[in-house]
Write a protein that binds this ligand. Structure first.
Ligand SMILES: *[C@@H]1O[C@H](CO)[C@@H](O)[C@H](O)[C@H]1NC(C)=O
Ligand SMILES: *[C@@H]1O[C@H](CO)[C@@H](O)[C@H](O)[C@H]1NC(C)=O
Ligand SMILES: *[C@@H]1O[C@H](CO)[C@@H](O)[C@H](O)[C@H]1NC(C)=O
Ligand SMILES: *[C@@H]1O[C@H](CO)[C@@H](O)[C@H](O)[C@H]1NC(C)=O
Length: 329
């Protein structure tokens, strides 16, 4: 989803229940990563912040625990550190952490026969979104999407099933403002998306996150040229499934009554969704800062994602944290 709803991609890490960490495994495979994290004050601050989210979990009555996920994401982004990222990456890649399932099912809506990724070429702003957290961050923006005929550049993204993305591929550059503790922070990235998916078919995209593969399927439901595109996405990592949808509009477009009615009818017919439930997204140059005025994405990752706290935070007890803070102080 980030594309916009790239945010959905983050979901795999945000468990709705505790994740488990195997300390024997950590000691065996990730000892040096843990040692480096343990002397990093930012890592401890993030741990403390994440621990605070556990209270939110208990009070969060939304089915997908979105308020809780919001909390853990804010902690992860506010207190991001290379040492913390490396530690979690190691723990994940060595199967030292397990995440509970996020049960769900990808919808299989009917794709409009004429639409393909080419429909999304150019510039778009997210106007409305389905998932109250992941599709509703402010200023989700496709800055540009155009074909690049450069085999090396395209091959930076590998599909776990189909090998490297072939040239020509789409250069898809997007950004959004993610919540951090004291406001929002701009994140942007360029992706290589496959250009060989025929019109009328679902579009499978892949990306690597902390060394593990994730994938997403996009369904283009409908589009009106130079006005809007309706995109449904489903993202998966192992047993984690998340569904969202975005209404992309061209810069400056204001949807009419007729547009609204037509969009609502498509969602109702193809998915049984109520368009009135979608959030309104802050968008447009006048309301959003551009990349020039914002800090660059921090760690050069594909996805600005929370590395910590995808799940109730079980790593350290409150007393361990208090002790660590004393030692660091
Ligand atoms: C997430 O947190 C931000 C910042 O506190 C808030 O504005 C937003 O409404 C929250 N979203 C959800 C779905 O809880
Ligand atoms: C991809 O697009 C971005 C944004 O326009 C641009 O900065 C970057 O140079 C492009 N990369 C390639 C290989 O075209
Ligand atoms: C994405 O990965 C999951 C396993 O993680 C797999 O079940 C699913 O078929 C994959 N989807 C695509 C489109 O490759
Ligand atoms: C159509 O919906 C948009 C938001 O998606 C809203 O800004 C606009 O006011 C609506 N138009 C009418 C005529 O209701």
């Amino acid at each position: 989803m980030p594309p916009p709803s790239l945010l959905l991609l983050l979901l795999p890490f945000l468990a709705t229940a505790s994740m488990d960490m195997d300390f024997k495994c950590i000691a065996k495979d990730c000892g040096s990563e843990m040692a480096r994290a343990a002397i990093d004050p930012t890592f401890w601050r993030s741990s403390k912040c994440e621990l605070g989210c556990n209270d939110v979990y208990d009070e969060d009555t939304t089915p997908e625990k979105l308020v809780y996920q919001n909390c853990t994401t804010i902690c992860a982004l506010t207190y991001e550190s290379q040492a913390g990222d490396d530690f979690l990456a190691c723990a994940m890649n060595n199967d030292c952490v397990t995440f509970p399932e996020i049960p769900g099912e990808c919808p299989m809506p009917e794709v409009s026969p004429d639409l393909s990724l080419a429909t999304l070429a150019g510039e778009w702003w997210q106007h409305r979104g389905k998932n109250a957290l992941w599709d509703c961050y402010p200023c989700q923006h496709i800055h540009s999407m155009f074909l690049v005929d450069d085999a090396d550049w395209c091959a930076q993204t590998e599909s776990p099933v189909g090998g490297p993305v072939q040239a020509p591929c789409w250069n898809y550059t997007y950004s959004y403002d993610l919540y951090v503790e004291d406001g929002t922070q701009y994140f942007g990235q360029s992706w290589q998306l496959p250009a060989d998916t025929p019109a009328g078919e679902q579009i499978d995209i892949y990306y690597e996150y902390m060394g593990s593969y994730h994938n997403e399927t996009w369904f283009l439901l409908d589009a009106v040229e130079d006005k809007y595109v309706l995109l449904v996405d489903c993202s998966y990592m192992n047993t984690w499934i998340d569904v969202g949808s975005i209404v992309w509009v061209r810069p400056g477009v204001v949807l009419s009554d007729e547009d609204n009615a037509s969009i609502a009818a498509v969602y109702k017919a193809k998915l049984g969704w109520d368009f009135d439930d979608f959030c309104y997204d802050t968008h447009g140059d006048a309301n959003c800062d551009g990349p020039a005025s914002a800090p660059a994405p921090s760690l050069g990752e594909r996805r600005p994602a929370p590395r910590w706290g995808k799940g109730k935070f079980p790593f350290w007890s409150k007393s361990t944290l208090a002790l660590a803070e004393e030692i660091m102080a």
